[in-house]
Design a protein around this ligand. Sequence first.
Ligand code: GLN
Ligand code: ZN
Length: 756
Amino acid sequence: MPTHILGFPRIGAKRELKTALEAFWKGDLPAQELASTAQSLRRAHWAQQRTLDMVSVGDFSLYDHVLDMSFTLGNIPSRATASPGSELDAYFRIARGRSAADRSKDGVNAGEMTKWLDTNYHYIVPEFTKDTTFSLNADRLLDQLAEAHKDGRQAKPVIIGPVTYLWLGKAKDDSDKSKLLPRLVPVYEQLLNALHKAGAQWVQIDEPILVTELDASWRAMLEATYNRLASSPVKSLLATYFGTLEENLDFALGLPTNGIHIDAVRGRSEVPQIVDALPGDKVLSLGVIDGRNIWKSDLTALLDWLEPLATQLGDRLWLAPSCSLLHVPVDVELEDAMDAEIRSWLAFATQKLDELRILDIALTQGRDAVSTDLADNARAIHSRQTSTRVHNPTVKERVRAITTEMGRRNSPYNERRNRQKDALNLPLYPTTTIGSFPQTKDIRAARLRFRKGELDTKAYTEQMRHQIETVVAEQEKLGLDVLVHGEPERNDMVEYFGTHLEGYAFSAYGWVQSYGSRCVKPPIIFGDVSRPGPITVKWSTFAQSLTEKPMKGMLTGPVTLLNWSFVRNDQPRAQSCRQLSLAMRDEVLDLEKAGIHVIQIDEAALREGLPLRKSQWSDYLDWAVASYRITANGVQDVTQIHTHMCYSEFNDIIAAIADMDADVITIETSRSDMELLDVFDDFSYPNEIGPGVYDIHSPNIPSVDSIVDLMRKAAQRIPAERLWVNPDCGLKTRAWPETLASLENMVTAAKQLRGQ
Ligand code: GLN
Ligand code: ZN
């Protein structure tokens, strides 16, 4: 029974890659040492995969595997190589706007980032123009393949398929990117040849677009591509994941590849049909272990299902996780502080490899050969199913009692607007920030010491208050209009709320890469969720006491709490979301009662929860927007509700966004040069908008002119009276000097705009 994985987390169990990268960017680590950290991570990951029949190569990346692919294909924006430096310098220029070689100068525009399909992983969008050409640079892959061979591993290179690669990218000149396919496929042909020559037997070619609705032209592109690649000497495993194939099923099976991988967690219902339609010479790789969640698999149930399939397909059946393990943390064994019962329900990447091993042995040698493992697994599954900690009747009852009325403001926006205007007294082009301010070492150290019990509540509170004082004073000095307290008490916008809610569990090392060196540690929703008491009120009221200006309360919305947590798989996501919406509604109303009249409810992750198939969107949006409304809309008219969204390309969902009825929405736009605002050409968004004018994902400081320019572009689409001026996201990852300089430019720009 061949076993494999589609990819392994690259950041390291203790985020070793993050540490090395950040030291390298700062100039504290030579390039060679970065390379050797990367190499030892790869080797360690391969060693962990030793029980598999082949290890994955090419899944490791210093920043992003899509950007890697762009470099492999020679599709490198010219601004990356315009100034001197190594290939690595060029790489980081596109990744993050500057390289080690640029430390003393300004950088370049970083590549646009967007979410990888329906995950919270961000990739760097490939850039195309009608003149784009491709040329092979296979060094990275070949070197890593050689490394794996040297370690004595059977290795399977992993690459993004040409059609998905085009689909992920963006034509900067609005040309038709599909026209590039004939130039692209020959380079893939060379790549496959090179990998074959280097000893690869199989290559995994990811075409996850096969789980989306494809029009005829995309299908034609896939067909042309794989017909051409069919003559390659290396065997191809076409990999799909994150959903069902549906109307693409026969089409995908008919493409001339040597095997196909499907997501048999989300797409389990299709497996019988796939097995029936599978061409006799094709391998079927079933992704039976959930690569998107952290629960143990029910191995006995899986075996009941897989045994007949194994008999039927013989060695044409391969086993794998559903998708790359990039989306789960590395090792649950590190979690010694976690509640032992809850921990016993979990499987991170390392444990998922072990589940694969157990399945493999059970299917080839019989269940007896792994009886202890199976018994342990059955015990954990049973314990989770029956635990009283999972079910809370009061919460279930409150959810049943939700009414539509609870999600409605008292008056329409136009009336609220006047009341809020009188109360808040804001200028035209009001300025604000998205919530967090730089999280310095001191802040992080204080939080850590508090968590470890080395700092008592009083001392901790004092330190946080001191930080809030600084942040408020700086904002006053800058002349911002709506202030924030800076969120020093939050390590993470989801984890922070999770720790104050019942039904949530936390890991210490459960990091998942979000982009580049940035990781998130999604909390785990294991049971019914409720709020034992106020969470943010004391911080926000303290901050408000320091200023005459409006202080914006800052919360994470229910949909984002859900989408950025590992969720229960024993009830629908919609149900978990409703529970969260009630808990956060209580917090909103408590803030209002405490005198906070501007409240931002971040829904940074609303969009990424969209199903990959459009046919399922309205169902998701219905419950997601309804949940947000339950949280936000119980307030009085004078209370101004803001919401914030990151990377929101919401052309297709703008009606749902408007339906949330937030008074103000702040969004990401700066990396895309306000293109994201095109949507407002056709849809007149009724409320206020703050298009982000400061790219906080880059250390570069936006000039006054560039901000004025961006805002002018915005004002072409949205009336100036309804525009806000703000960064495109929170500032917590930035350092103070660049933050102050950027915000100063932002305030100056707003003043200029008002003058005009
Ligand atoms: N309020 C959060 C912050 O400023 C929002 C972050 C986000 O949208 N990702 O950090
Ligand atoms: Zn954001």
